[in-house]
Design a protein around this ligand. Structure first.
Ligand code: 13P
Ligand code: SF4
Length: 308
């Protein structure tokens, strides 16, 4: 986009933000122009914490649908807007209420831990939520003798179970992220061969064969923190490529290499400056969770926030 046009869009967004008493929250995978505009850029946990504590009246949520829904669950009195309402999360759509209810009937003593990448309706059927940043901490807070049904990401679930190293029993839902499974062990091996001094960090949604090869397995904000703190000058990044914008901007003296360019989440790429502007102009598209579902989903999210 031409610089002048981009500046005009930014100025108009700023003006409307003041008028509407709005805040812009963006996930670490959003397009660079949207990240640069946001009041806060973060991972799923950080975004829900920001949503919970803001005193803005309107939240423009630049991410995918379950993230905006989580904001609406936490702040029902605020208007939560998604610039593109079609931005979903295919992993979240892999688990449905009926399937989860059937699994609960098979394991009546189990507790249900839902990755935050789930619909509000699935959260409402769950005992508590977790994100990639706090899954181990959340599960460690539960009675050790209780079986855990973990939905929907089997890879995050398996990785977390391996971290806990206790004898707890798990039932994993058969879900996964279609973008992260594109990162293969040979991508890591090739990048390591090309950059032997580099630190390798990957997201826990990656295949177990990939997390096994990494130096660090982290949420997206965990990656931003470790990139800042490491003394290494080079970092290989195994997650959605949108995060490279933030990593490079915050660490201009370090070099970042994607494990592969194939790990792209098309839904995270649907936003643009124009769509953010239209969202504020038209006050669209509002994300609202029916109250009966919201109160039950809120309990699961709130239990997670209390643990973290
Ligand atoms: P984070 O919570 O680590 O940002 O992950 C969210 C996500 O959707 C990863 O694919
Ligand atoms: Fe969902 Fe994967 Fe996209 Fe994250 S990267 S929003 S898990 S599809």
């Amino acid at each position: 986009m031409k610089r002048g046009k981009e500046d005009r869009l930014r100025a108009e967004i700023e003006r409307l933000k003041q008028e509407r008493k709005a805040i812009i929250l963006a996930h670490n995978y959003q397009p660079g122009e949207v990240q640069d505009l946001a009041d806060y850029v973060g991972d799923s946990l950080g975004l829900s914490q920001q949503a919970a504590r803001t005193d803005a009246e309107v939240i423009v949520f630049c991410g995918v649908h379950f993230m905006a829904e989580t904001a609406s669950i936490l702040c029902p009195e605020k208007t939560v807007l998604m610039p593109d309402p079609t931005a979903g999360c295919p992993m979240a759509d892999m688990v449905d209420v009926e399937g989860l209810q059937a699994l609960k009937r098979e394991h009546p003593q189990a507790l249900v831990v839902a990755y935050v990448n789930t619909t509000a309706a699935v959260k409402a059927e769950s005992d508590l939520c977790c994100t990639s940043a706090n899954a181990a901490k959340v599960i460690a807070s539960l009675e050790p003798e209780r079986e855990i049904i973990f939905v929907p990401d089997k890879y995050l679930g398996q990785y977390t179970a391996s971290q806990l190293g206790d004898s707890r029993r798990f039932v994993f839902w058969n879900g996964f992220c279609p973008s992260h499974v594109r990162i293969l062990p040979e991508h890591i091996q090739q990048q390591r061969a090309e950059h032997p001094e580099a630190l390798v960090m990957v997201h826990p949604e990656c295949l177990p064969e990939v997390t096994a090869l990494a130096d660090e397995v982290l949420s997206t904000s965990g990656m931003c923190r470790v990139a800042r703190e490491t003394t290494r000058r080079e970092v290989i990044v195994g997650t959605e490529t949108g995060i490279l914008h933030r990593l490079r901007r915050e660490n201009p003296d370090k070099r970042f290499y994607p494990a592969t360019e194939l790990c792209v989440c098309p839904n995270m790429k649907k936003n643009s400056l124009e769509k953010v502007l239209w969202a504020l102009q038209e006050m669209k598209y509002e994300v609202k969770v029916p109250e009966e579902v919201r109160v039950r989903a809120w309990a699961a999210v709130e239990r997670m926030l209390a643990v973290t």
